[in-house]
Design a protein around this ligand. Structure first.
Ligand code: BEZ
Length: 248
């Protein structure tokens, strides 16, 4: 499982919630609505949703992130989306940003989300789309292969096409209202590609022998520089998002 360090994440990954305006607009939370934030992370977006007057509950698989969300005053629970609790719940909406691509059993997650929504309730989410961070993934795999290492763990994320995901949502009882592939080249903070790899590919790095990890990071950065770093030294990651609204 990918492990998260809330401080490193705050430092290198603040753009994740900073760029979530579009999916929040699609959610269109209303005062008094009961909303579950699936994969709430450090609770930054959960707090933004709560500020609309909605009653929001966070849920995340990482104990560190649940603790970070609670320290923000968010009510949050720890667990996996494939075995979502909340028996008898009837949320108005389930929201998720940058989390669904970590879920192994997508059908099970969808069935549980459907169960906890009231009839007609909204499942509104953004996740990685087919082709997401393709250059970065290929670079890390190529560098690892150079050293005789196999980073199949780098395929832990599920990045479907809109068509594939819409069919899956429908098979699990949802009516898809909107779904879109959104290319979103993402400027990285000062820590650049090295910070990104150390934060977002931490699980992959930890699967490699310790003495080779820095080499894999440095050589991946070098390989990516002509592609994703501009002449002024700024990095842009090749994110592609999948965003949807589906009704239970
Ligand atoms: C993403 O949001 O696309 C993402 C998150 C973590 C690692 C890689 C990509």
């Amino acid at each position: 499982m990918q492990t998260w360090n809330p401080e490193t994440y705050d430092h290198n990954g603040a753009f994740v919630h900073g760029l979530a305006g579009g999916v929040l607009e699609w959610l269109n939370a209303q005062p008094g609505e009961r909303i579950l934030d699936l994969g709430c992370g450090n609770g930054h977006l959960t707090a933004q949703i709560a500020a609309t007057g909605a009653i929001v509950r966070g849920f995340d698989a990482s104990p560190q992130m649940v603790a970070a969300a609670r320290s923000r005053g968010i009510e949050a629970d720890e667990g996996t989306a494939e075995t979502l609790p909340y028996a008898g719940a009837s949320f108005d909406a389930v929201f998720s940003n940058a989390a669904l691509h970590w879920i192994h059993d997508q059908d099970s997650m969808m069935r549980h989300v459907h169960r906890v929504l009231k009839p007609g309730g909204r499942f509104v989410a953004e996740m990685g789309c087919h082709g997401n961070i393709a250059a970065i993934r290929v670079a890390i795999a190529a560098v690892a292969a150079r050293h005789g290492l196999d980073v199949r763990r780098d395929n832990i994320n599920f990045y479907p096409t809109p068509e594939e995901y819409a069919h899956r949502l429908e098979r699990n009882g949802f009516q898809v209202k909107q779904i879109a592939r959104i290319p979103r080249p993402t400027p990285l903070p000062e820590s650049g590609m090295e910070g990104w790899i150390r934060t977002f590919r931490r699980g992959v790095l930890e699967s490699l022998p310790e003495q080779i990890r820095d080499t894999v990071v440095n050589e991946s950065v070098e390989l990516l520089a002509p592609i994703l770093r501009d002449t002024e030294g700024n990095w842009t990651a090749d994110y592609v998002r999948l965003r949807f609204v589906a009704l239970a």
